[in-house]
Each structure stands twice: as C-alpha cells, then as structure tokens.
Design a binder for this molecule. Structure first.
Ligand code: ZN
Length: 349
C-alpha cells in the first residue's frame, strides 16, 4: 500500500524577513530530493486543509487558540525570541496540524497505514498554552489526540529530533494512553528531558527520556533504540506510532552538536517500523520537526521515506561499542523506568 504524503507550497508561506534557520528552503530541498529519487511519485499525495478549533482544542488551551486567531492572520511578528510569524503563517500552521491529523486518520482507516507529513512550521516545542522554539501548534500532539478521539486505545510518539519535545511531553505527561519517547542532546534547548522525567500520576512510566551527551552518533542512538526505546514500545503496545521526525542530530547541522549520519536516521526509522509492524498493525506516521542542514535534512527524509515505503524492511541488528557518557545516560533511563517497565530491568538485551 502506498505511503500517504503531505507536502504543499502553502507551507512555504511561513517565512521570516530576517535570516532564520527554519526557512522555506528546507521544504524545497525535501521536495526536490523526493522528486529526484523517484519516491515522491510512489506516494499518494494527501491534500491540505485547515485544522479545526476542536482538533486543536484537544491539546491547546482555548485562550491561546483565540489569541493567535486574532493576531496572526495577515501579520508579521514574533511569538517568542525564536518564533517568527509572517502573513502566511496562520494558514501554514493550521495546515501543518491538519496534515498530521489526516495522515493519522488514513493510517487508522487502513487507507495509508504509513505516512509522512513534510510540513512547516514544526510543532514539538509548542506547549498546550504557548508557542515557542519555531513552533506554533504542536502538530504531532494534535495528531496523537485525534487518534485517541478516534478510538485508538494507545498511541506512542517517538521523537528523534535533536531537541527535547517539551510541548509534546507536557501535553501527555499524566496521560497513560499516550507514550512519549525522546532522544535528544542534553543539556541543551529547551532544558527539559532529563532521564528522571518519566511522567506523573497515572502517566508515570509512559514518558521515556534518553538525554544523550553532545557528540553522540549512530552507535549511541542505535543503543538507545535497541536497549530502551524498542523494549518500551513493545511493552506499551501502541496501536499507532507517530514520529517527531527531526533531522537536526545530523553531523553537519548548524544548530546542534550530534553526529548522526543519514544511515543513522535510516536505522532509527527502521527500528520504529519494525516495532510498528510487530505491535501496531504497521501504522506509522512521521511528522517533520527540525533539521537545518539542507543536505542532511533532505537525505534523512528520503531515507525515512524509503523505510516507510518498503514492503518488509529487515530490522537492524548491528551493535557497536558506545561512548561512556551515552552509556551512563542509557543506564540512567533504565534505572528511572525499570520499576514501571519490567522489560527494561535487564541490561544488555
Ligand atoms: Zn530540533
């Protein structure tokens, strides 16, 4: 079955007058790479629409939706020091959230079990009550909430963007039905995402943080996925896996200090695909977040798309030695989570 793909010129209308890393050229590079690889033609394009206030309201406070609706359309400015808006931003932001929702709907109906939303602005820093960090609405969180509203019992969000998705974590921190899993450079913007942050109340154990030191690369990410993330997902048994697919952990990214290669992103996507096939009926929807080196971004998206498009990709099995700091971070996550996720109790799975 073909992959559902959202990519649209409307997302280019979110643009800053000043030099800013979150720029329309990111999406143009992705579109060009998908076309050059011939993959774009294999996907089924899903049209864009505006998200409804009801869909946003499952995650975002009514007060912030109203405030943005009143102030953004047709105007330019800043929502925080990093987060610009331009006359087209309101339409782009509403379409980005709707794209993630529509690919979830298509996954749940079986029309397109797997999908990729190549959208801007990104979403994972936007909290229920405020835009921040280049993000206006939390696209992936709104999509997870849509899946729950459609009857999905358990939804997982895997966030491999180099930054911690504080907004997504906030939205579901006490919710046992949505597991949030993040690998991120730490300490780093936005400051959250310590291994001890594992959820609260009924949601204790369904937030999984892998705070990796700067300089971590393919081997460290592979270990985090194999030893913590995949076992945690198997234990949780989501009916749908969403991915906050950011490519700013790429070795040449100008904003961050990680060393992930394109093959490293392919491996992460393959690990998620394998667990989606095993426990989630193959339902996997990737939503674009960051990634500011245009080559790394475009190649990473193509590698991800190839995994989504493959019939049955082989799950990765290679293992390598990893840096001491990353080993300490993985063991810290294991210690924090193993009282709640028994599968994590034994090191060296
Ligand atoms: Zn990021």
């Amino acid at each position: 079955m073909s992959v559902g793909l959202v990519i649209d010129e409307l997302f280019l209308e979110h643009r800053s007058d000043e030099v800013h890393p979150e720029r329309p050229e990111r999406l143009l590079a992705i579109g060009q790479a998908l076309a050059d690889s011939g993959l774009g033609g294999r996907a089924t394009r899903v049209p864009v629409r505006a998200v409804t206030d009801e869909e946003l309201g499952r995650v975002h406070d009514a007060a912030i939706i109203e405030l943005l609706e009143k102030n953004l359309p047709g105007r330019s400015g800043y929502l925080d020091g990093d987060t610009y808006y331009s006359p087209g931003s309101w339409r782009a932001a509403r379409a980005a959230a709707a794209a993630a929702v529509d690919l979830v709907t298509a996954a749940l109906s079986g029309e397109h079990p797997r999908g990729l939303a190549a959208v801007r602005p990104p979403g994972h820093h936007a909290t229920p009550s405020r835009p921040m960090g280049f993000c206006i609405f939390n696209n992936v969180a709104v999509a997870a909430a849509a899946a729950r509203a459609a009857g999905c019992a358990r939804v997982a969000v895997v966030d491999w963007d180099v930054h911690h998705g504080n907004g997504t974590q906030d939205a579901f921190y006490a919710d046992p039905t949505v597991m949030y899993v993040s690998t991120h450079q730490y300490p780093f913007y936005p400051g959250s995402g310590a291994a001890a942050e594992i959820g609260e109340g009924a949601g204790t154990g369904t937030t999984v943080n892998l705070p990796l030191p700067a300089g971590s690369g393919d081997a460290e990410y592979a270990a985090a996925f194999d030893e913590i993330i995949v076992p945690a997902l198997r234990w949780f048994r989501p009916e749908l896996i969403l991915v906050s697919a950011g490519y700013d952990a790429f070795v040449d990214d100008p904003l961050a200090g990680m060393r992930v290669s394109t093959e490293g992103f392919r491996r992460m996507a393959g690990a998620v695909r394998a667990v989606a096939d095993e426990v989630a009926g193959g339902r996997m929807v990737c939503v674009l977040e960051g990634g500011y080196d245009l080559r790394g971004l475009a190649e990473g998206v193509v590698a991800t798309f190839e995994i989504l498009d493959a019939d049955t990709p082989a799950p990765p099995h290679d293992r390598k030695d990893i840096a001491h700091g990353a080993r300490a971070a993985i063991e810290a996550a294991r210690r924090a989570l193993s009282p709640h996720i028994p599968a994590l109790a034994q090191p060296g799975v």
